[in-house]
Design a protein around this ligand. Structure first.
Ligand code: BGC
Length: 347
């Protein structure tokens, strides 16, 4: 499903891009013919520049079940390598009571506190996001109130936390969480968060598994403290080759690196940047990455190309991920993969 949407949105983006480029007009995402292109040059600065996704730990059913447990030393290593932020995906839905008032498990919240403290101690910003809330995607009528209760508790619990703690409302809405439904839910969640966190940065995304097309169709809440996010895994056949969770076998051996590939990344990043800049919204590329089964040279080239395009457009970025299937750091050997470290940090 994730794959089908990527292909469709990628194809539409390419067609729109091709139409406008052929006319010599920069692509606007085809959203608003009246948008002033000239005014779109500058994107407001995101407080996040270089970020790593600590995937596979707290969004697993239990931490460690997917082979990775977050350690403070990981945060120290990331800081030393030049990262300023970590994003921690968290499966709150399995640690929250099924009935009102939907209490989050105290021991689990204490573990999140530890992780937050560890990141702050190492001088990093930390994003906590509600990840893999799959039942919400299938049955939003039954689960939206529960997610509101989760954010109400988190908002209260972290009301006094330093500003380096950043909230992300919901990872990759999909299925019945349409763009319109996600817009409405985002507005309500933000209102809840703002009751105790009037100033905190809050990351807001849209539907379609975080696709840039869905983002450009969305209507974000009016709020000076939000950052818009999207995820980028195109071409999906390359980034997810051999991935056993996408519902079909994508063959191995797909390489990347011709000039069309570079042009596609530049076009997509430009398109979403134009959208955000006219709305004066900071942008955060919250996930991008390539599975470790891909050809290593292609993998490093793609990663560096996306990273450089994000930086060129003044977007913060966050590589997926640190230590699991898309890893840049090798837990067994206890060292960075040198080509991935270079792709991400330039050294
Ligand atoms: C998911 C991961 C997955 C990654 C790439 C993330 O949003 O949470 O499980 O590995 O996307 O598909």
């Amino acid at each position: 499903m994730k794959r089908a949407l990527f292909i469709l949105t990628g194809f539409i983006a390419l067609c729109i891009g091709a139409m406008f480029v052929a006319d010599g007009i920069p692509p606007l995402g085809g959203r608003s013919a009246a948008s002033p292109v000239a005014a779109a040059a500058d994107l407001p600065q995101s407080p996040i520049r270089r970020c790593m996704n600590m995937g596979g730990a707290l969004e697993a059913p239990t931490e460690g079940a997917w082979g990775y447990t977050i350690q403070q030393a990981d945060f120290r290593r990331l800081k030393q390598a030049g990262f300023d932020t970590v994003r921690v995906p968290i499966r709150f839905s399995v640690h929250t009571a099924p009935q009102p008032p939907y209490a989050i498990d105290r021991a689990f919240l204490a573990r999140i506190d530890q992780v937050v403290d560890a990141a702050l101690t190492e001088g990093l910003q930390i994003i906590i996001d509600v990840h893999h809330y799959e039942a919400l995607m299938r049955h939003p009528d039954q689960h939206e109130a529960r997610l509101e209760a989760i954010w109400s508790q988190l908002s209260y619990h972290y009301a006094k936390a330093p500003p380096q703690l950043i909230f992300e409302l919901l990872n990759e809405p999909n299925d019945r969480m349409t763009v319109a439904r996600t817009d409405a839910l985002n507005a309500r969640l933000l209102q809840i968060v703002r009751q105790h966190n009037p100033q905190r940065w809050v990351i807001v995304g849209s539907a379609g598994w975080g696709s840039l097309d869905a983002l450009m169709d969305s209507h974000p809440p009016q709020d000076p403290g939000i950052i818009m996010t999207f995820h980028y895994y195109a071409p999906f056949e390359f980034t997810h080759q051999g991935a056993d969770w996408v519902g079909e076998d994508l063959p191995l051996g797909v390489t990347w690196g011709d000039s069309d590939g570079y042009r596609a990344i530049a076009r997509h990043m430009d398109e979403v940047k134009q959208w955000a800049a006219v709305r004066k919204l900071p942008l955060f590329l919250g996930e991008f990455g390539v599975i470790n089964k891909a050809d290593h040279r292609s993998r490093a080239l793609w990663t560096e190309a996306v990273r450089l395009q994000a930086e060129r457009n003044n977007m913060g970025w966050c590589y997926w991920d640190y230590a699991t299937a898309f890893h840049a750091y090798d837990q067994n050997q206890q060292r960075w993969l040198p080509d991935m470290r270079k792709a991400l940090t330039g050294r």
